[in-house]
Design a protein around this ligand. Structure first.
Ligand code: NAI
Length: 329
C-alpha cells in the first residue's frame, strides 16, 4: 500500500517513520501541503491518503480523490467533522480514524488551561519577567470543593472527570448516552450542568445537533465567575456570544484549545501576516482568556499511538479485516 500523507510536520514524519519500520508492506510519501481541491490530484496512483482535523475533505475534494483511485482515508485524529460522510459513503471511500490515542493527553491539557486561566499564570509569567511582583489582577478561585461540569463523558470527558475528582471537585456530567459505569459522575440534563458548575469543560464531538451549543442563551444559564474550557471543537461555541459574555464579566476565565476560525491557523506559523479577521485577536485581548492552537493531543505518547493505530488501520484494511471500532460510517 502507498499512502500520501498530507500536511506532514517534522514531528509527524519522525513519529511515522519510527513506526513504519514494523510495516514493510506500507510505503508513505510525505507532503508539506494540506489537502484541498487543488492538491487532491496529487493523490493519483496512491491507495490511501492520510489527513488531519483541518484537512479539507469536502464533497468536491472527495470526488477528486475518488477520481484518482483513492478508496481509503486514513485520519490521524479522532474527530471527522471535516469529512462529507454522505459523499464518502456514496463513493465507497472507507474512512478509518484513531478514536482514542491518548484521552489523558487532551484531558490534562484541558486542566492545564483551566488552572492557568484561573490563576492567571499567562499574565504572571510575563509580569515577573518585567520585575513586576504585584498581585494585582491575579486573584484565582479554589477548584477544591467546587463543581465541575463535563459535557460529553466519552474517553476524554471521563479522563477529565477523573482529574476533577482528584482535585476534590463534585463532578456533574451531561451526555446523550450516559455511562452508568462512571459512578463518580452525577448525570444531569445539560441546563442543570450549566447552571450548577463552576468549571465547565466541553468534551463532546461536533455534530449537526450541537453546533453553537454554548450560545447567548446557554451562557446566561451559567453561574457568574464560571471557568469555561473547550478542547473539543470550536463550533460548539458561538464566539460572538462568548465575547459578549466575557464583556459582561460572566466568566472568571475561558480556556480555548479550539476556536471557530482556527482552520487556517492550525499548526502554521503566521507571525509575519496581517490577519484578515479579528475574532482571535479580540479573544486574546481579554486578560482572562487563554488560547492554545489545537495542541491538547500533542504529547509523545499520543503521537506514537496515532502513528501506530493509523498504520495498523492501513494493514487491517489491506488484509480485508477492517477494525470496525475505528471505522467512520
Ligand atoms: P468519545 O467518542 O469517546 O466521546 C464523546 C462523547 O460525547 C460520547 O460519550 C458521546 O455520547 C457524547 N456526545 C455525543 N454527542 C453529544 C451531545 N450532543 N451532547 C453531549 N454529549 C454528546 O470521544 P473522545 O475521544 O472523548 O473525544 C471527544 C472530542 O474531543 C472529539 O470529538 C474531538 O472533537 C475532541 N478532540 C480534541 C483534541 C485536541 O487536540 N484538542 C484531540 C482529540 C479529540
Amino acid at each position: 500500500m502507498i499512502i500520501l500523507f498530507y500536511d506532514a510536520k517534522k514531528y509527524d514524519i519522525e513519529s511515522f517513520e519510527k513506526e513504519q519500520i514494523k510495516y514493510p508492506d506500507i510505503k508513505i510519501d510525505f507532503l508539506d501541503t494540506d489537502i484541498n481541491e487543488k492538491t487532491a490530484v496529487l493523490a493519483n496512483g496512491y491507495d490511501a491518503v492520510c489527513g488531519f482535523v483541518n484537512s479539507d475533505l469536502s464533497a468536491d475534494v472527495l470526488h477528486i480523490l475518488w477520481g484518482q483511485g483513492v478508496r481509503l482515508l486514513l485520519m490521524r485524529c479522532a474527530g471527522f467533522n471535516n469529512i462529507d460522510l454522505e459523499v464518502a459513503r456514496d463513493l465507497g471511500i472507507t474512512i478509518l480514524r484513531v478514536p482514542g490515542y491518548s484521552p489523558e493527553a487532551v484531558a490534562e491539557h484541558a486542566m492545564a488551561l483551566a488552572l492557568s486561566v484561573n490563576r492567571r499564570i499567562h499574565k504572571e509569567y510575563i509580569k515577573v519577567r518585567e520585575n513586576n511582583f504585584s498581585l494585582e489582577g491575579l486573584m484565582g478561585i479554589n477548584f477544591y470543593g467546587k463543581t465541575a461540569g463535563i459535557i460529553g463523558t466519552g474517553k476524554i470527558g471521563t479522563a477529565m472527570a477523573r482529574i476533577c475528582q482528584g482535585f476534590g471537585m463534585k463532578v456533574l456530567g451531561y451526555d446523550k448516552y450516559p455511562n452508568e459505569r462512571l459512578d463518580f459522575i452525577e448525570y444531569r440534563e445539560l441546563e442543570e450542568v450549566l447552571r450548577e458548575s463552576d468549571l465547565i469543560s466541553l468534551h463532546c464531538p461536533l455534530t449537526v445537533d450541537n453546533y453553537h451549543m454554548i450560545n447567548g442563551k446557554t451562557i446566561s444559564l451559567m453561574k457568574d465567575n464560571v471557568v469555561l474550557i473547550n478542547t473539543s471543537r470550536g463550533e460548539l461555541v458561538d464566539t460572538g456570544d462568548l465575547i459578549a459574555g466575557i464583556r459582561q464579566h460572566k466568566f472568571h476565565g475561558v480556556g480555548l484549545d479550539v476556536y471557530e476560525e482556527e482552520t487556517d491557523n492550525v499548526f502554521e506559523n503566521r507571525e509575519g501576516e496581517i490577519m484578515k479577521s479579528s475574532i482571535t485577536a479580540r479573544l486574546l485581548s481579554f486578560p482572562n482568556v487563554i488560547v492554545t492552537s489545537h495542541q491538547a493531543f500533542f504529547t509523545e505518547e499520543a503521537l506514537s499511538a496515532i502513528s501506530r493505530t493509523t498504520l495498523e488501520n492501513a494493514k487491517s484494511y489491506m488484509a480485508g479485516e477492517t477494525n470496525t471500532a475505528n471505522l467512520v460510517e
